[in-house]
Ligand binder design. Structure first.
Ligand SMILES: [Zn+2]
Length: 351
């Protein structure tokens, strides 16, 4: 577990002041104070041992009743989960702004790492790590330099984000985008979502960012145009796909579809199943979204990437609160193209 330091805009208290207000800090002193639960899965042990042991997306194991027969990496992961749960009971001093636990929010890549390298008994060395902005904080892999984890080890997986997440220490997962760029591009996508709202479209905005290794360029941007075109497929991702193809033609990319392997998709709402499948089939480099789409999401409702055997990095939760607020605002009003709800027949009590 990594603990992010203090509120960055505050001066740390002198050691004497800290001791005066909190006493000598020790885990035992602050332990056993109930805080958040780690997850319902621990209450309902369940093991799925049929998951493949080869590379590719993997399921994060839940706590079983008998761990002895599990592969080593799963046994270690379950021990980590127990330690995380114990640490959650530690009440943080008031001058600690946040606590990052990549075992949880980066569990997919972390488990992929364990599964790859923990194939038998190993001597274990516990090391206290300085919680820097990169490494395990971003990837879930100890000392995990992003290009080494992604390109050399070839590990893939969704990286969520800690709660709370410090603005000065954002978690970007295995993204190629430089620090801070993700939020900047998401602001551009949010602007598009606000335009959609003005147009009485479902407020979803998107930008396609092309990266050539040194610079990032927005090559497509747009918002939903379903109502305006009266075409249910004109989701913003398809609007941007068309723009990107046109960009490829104008810049002599051959074939134009080759452009997608350099594209990071930044969209305010999790792509729906249709759009997620299209983006994955086109081979975009990565997908970053804001809030979840609990009804039609191509990750949360149906894991399209897994279904298609894709290892494209996908992550959500970037400025998700703002994206969700726009949706809530929109649905408080009236979608002009929404179907008129049919009145439900009254149930007969004797039936
Ligand atoms: Zn869609």
């Amino acid at each position: 577990m990594l603990r992010k330091k203090l509120k960055l805009d505050e001066k740390p208290a002198a050691s004497g002041e800290l001791c005066a207000s909190t006493g000598v800090f020790s885990l035992s002193q602050y332990a056993n104070i109930p805080k958040a639960k780690i997850g319902a899965s621990e209450d309902k042990p369940q093991v799925n041992q049929t998951k493949p042991e080869l590379d590719g997306p993997i399921a994060v194991p839940t706590i079983p009743t008998d761990t002895g027969s599990l592969p080593y990496w799963q046994q270690v992961y379950l021990v980590e989960r127990k330690l995380s749960a114990a640490l959650r009971k530690v009440a943080l001093p008031s001058d600690v702004a946040a606590c990052y636990d990549p075992i949880e929010y980066a569990s997919e890549i972390h488990c992929a790492y364990l599964r790859r390298f923990l194939d038998g008994p190993k001597p274990v060395l516990f090391v206290g790590m300085n919680p820097g902005p990169w490494g395990m904080c971003q990837t879930g892999v100890p000392f995990g330099y992003v290009p080494a984890v992604r390109d050399w080890m070839g590990l893939r997986g969704t990286v969520s984000k800690p709660t709370p997440e410090l603005a000065a220490r954002p978690v970007q997962g295995v993204s190629d985008l430089p620090r801070g760029a993700m939020e900047r591009f998401m602001e551009d996508a949010l602007q598009q979502a606000r335009i959609a709202n003005d147009l009485k479209e479902v407020p979803v905005g998107c930008v396609f960012v092309r990266s050539d290794g040194s610079t990032e360029t927005i090559i497509a941007r747009g918002c939903n145009l379903v109502n305006e075109t009266k075409n249910a497929t004109r989701h913003v991702e398809f609007i941007c796909i068309d723009q990107a193809l046109e960009y490829g033609r104008q810049h002599n990319v051959t074939p134009p579809e080759a452009i997608f392997s350099t594209v990071t998709v930044i969209v305010t709402v999790e792509p729906c199943i249709m759009c997620a499948a299209a983006l994955i089939e086109l081979g975009v480099k990565e997908i970053i979204y804001g809030c979840r789409n609990d009804r039609f999401g191509g990750c949360t409702v149906l894991d399209v990437a897994r279904l298609l055997g894709s290892s494209i990095p996908i992550r959500g939760g970037v400025r998700d609160v703002e994206a969700m607020e726009l949706l809530k605002e929109f649905y408080k009003g009236e979608n002009p193209s929404a179907p008129i709800p049919k009145p439900r027949a009254k149930k007969h009590e004797n039936l």
